[in-house]
Design a protein around this ligand. Structure first.
Ligand code: FPP
Length: 237
């Protein structure tokens, strides 16, 4: 969700107003995705690197997160959305973490869509944390090293249920991954828009989905066609 600061500065406002307006984009995107039948949405809300920002901005973001987690409960319930946090959640201030846990509990029975908020998240950190826990299990004899395959490693990620995203949307025109879901996005389709996150609403979401619908996904293989045309043509001749 990039471009909050630029959106605000472009309007002569302080950066935090971009974050505040960004919450409205979070609500609209979440609601639209749930209504359209998207099963999983993961939003990169705060990275492990974001702790390096000025203390006042970090404090504002944590307060905004807590407010969001309280205020959005009715919308999440109305739209049958289950909310989960992924990342180094222990880094988050106690009051925000307690509010996150409570929102997770309240929405735990919702089955329409899972909304994952990546908080104090970094993909390299996720892989390092997973490797450490995996090594501990090998050392303790709970796992044999020869048993380790892709699915074993996945089981040690923050949330093994996180599906591989079909589509990754990057706002504010940035052409980089910024340490986001590196394991899970191996075969995701990318959509980069110049629109800053606070201006990313229903119209921009639909545009991203239209672009995605036109993609041909082969996952490293070839398109499976019902009729092998070459052979058919040979037989017909
Ligand atoms: C990056 O934009 C955005 C963030 C670091 C914070 C994202 C937070 C929100 C959208 C609002 C809070 C979200 C929730 C779920 C409560 P930037 O500040 O780096 O923008 P810039 O690149 O233009 O400076």
């Amino acid at each position: 969700m990039d471009g909050n600061g630029r959106w605000a500065e472009g309007r002569g406002m302080r950066r935090i107003f971009g974050h505040r307006e960004g919450v409205n984009s979070v609500r609209e995107t979440t609601t639209e995705c749930a209504r359209m039948g998207v099963k999983s949405l993961t939003l990169y809300a705060f990275s492990v690197e974001n702790w390096k920002r000025p203390r006042a901005e970090v404090r504002y973001l944590m307060r905004l997160l807590r407010r969001y987690l309280i205020d959005e409960r009715p919308t999440l319930m109305e739209n049958d959305v289950r909310l989960l946090g992924i990342g180094r959640l222990a880094d988050i201030p106690e009051d925000a973490l307690a509010t996150l846990r409570e929102t997770e509990r309240l929405t735990s029975e919702n089955r329409g869509m899972v909304l994952r908020l990546a908080l104090s998240y970094g993909s390299r950190t996720e892989l390092a944390d997973a490797s450490r826990r995996l090594a501990e299990d090998v050392l303790a004899g709970r796992l044999k090293s020869e048993e380790i395959d892709e699915e074993t490693l996945r089981a040690y990620l923050y949330d093994p249920e996180t599906p591989d995203p079909d589509l990754l949307i990057r706002t504010a025109g940035e052409m980089r991954l910024s340490n986001f879901l590196l394991w899970q996005i191996s075969y995701s389709e990318f959509h980069v828009t110049d629109v800053c996150w606070p201006a990313f609403r229903r119209e921009q979401l639909l545009e991203a989905l239209r672009c995605y619908a036109a993609r041909e996904r082969r996952f490293g293989g070839l398109i499976q066609d019902d009729k092998p045309k070459g052979i058919e043509a040979e037989r017909a001749s």
